[in-house]
Design a protein around this ligand. Sequence first.
Ligand SMILES: Nc1ncnc2c1ncn2[C@@H]1O[C@H](COP(=O)(O)OP(=O)(O)O)[C@@H](O)[C@H]1O
Ligand SMILES: [Mg+2]
Length: 331
Amino acid sequence: MDPTPILQIERLAVEYHTGRTVVRAVDQIDLTLNRGEILGLVGESGCGKTTLGHALLRMIEKPHRIVGGRIWFDNLGEVLEMNKASLSRYRWEHIAYVFQSAQNALNPLLTVRQQARLVIQAHPGGKYRDPDQRMTELLRMVNLDPRRVLTAYPHELSGGMKQRVGVALALMLDPEVIVLDEPTTALDVVSQATILEILRDVHQRLNTTMMFITHDMAVVAELADRVAVMYAGRIVELGSVDAVFYTARHPYTQALMAAVPSLDGRPGGLRAIQGHPPDLRQLPPGCRFQDRCPLAVEACRVREPLPVPVGDGHEAACLRLDEPPLKEVNQ
Ligand SMILES: Nc1ncnc2c1ncn2[C@@H]1O[C@H](COP(=O)(O)OP(=O)(O)O)[C@@H](O)[C@H]1O
Ligand SMILES: [Mg+2]
């Protein structure tokens, strides 16, 4: 079956303005989310993943702003042109966000039931009338006991439980899309595995389209259908999980892969990527990965690489795509 786009991002650019400095954290991003898929958005810390996620819900607050591009959502149209009323329906009813620190995103003064009621109250036109009943159903779906959790305050729940409550709240109004920002990052390994299992289960039952933000390639491999690799505000590689994992073409993706422990069965293969992402306030001309790239040549310091197709639905933005993959070179 051909994929049907539900959310299309074109040439999106987001800037942070602090004092006299401007940081363009998301730059010229083109990306499509297909209905029912799980897209993993991966990259080191500071690459702009959260900024991109926030921009999809127009959660960029002044003085920071979306400075260019378009976001189309299914038959709702252009998100960046929505008025206040449409925007507040769009959020929660069509797209919901599970925050990076979902654990701290819950209001500490409210019980889980009270938070669920607030969501429904803020959306009187939504399809659910009875918040307690809806939240009970969702808590069961995320494997929590509603009798215990509904009346609990956040501090009475473990980190993993709070993360699951965050997922349940995001699902309150049955949105078509949810954005999950590093949902496994702050958790111990066992809770991480539980969350992944729950997300897989929720996805199977509801067919919710998910954008899953993480810096952890191994998590992407477990959950996602497709992967977008982000570096310094740009998407440098995009493709199916298989394509990106087995035939990574961008040297940055290859480096991320080499840093994943034991994905290919090698014990203790963990290797950090040398160096740091560039300072977004003063980017060099040419490729943003040039200073860390073992394949960089003179042209990479001059020309900016654009995404080019390298396989079926697989693209990469690198001038040196004809070089042999680094995996072998680096061993
Ligand atoms: N509120 C903010 N004000 C100024 N700069 C910000 C703000 N939030 C993020 N940034 C900058 O934008 C860049 C991308 O950040 P972010 O989107 O959080 O990346 P990621 O989620 O990939 O770690 C970073 O350089 C970060 O310092
Ligand atoms: Mg982030």
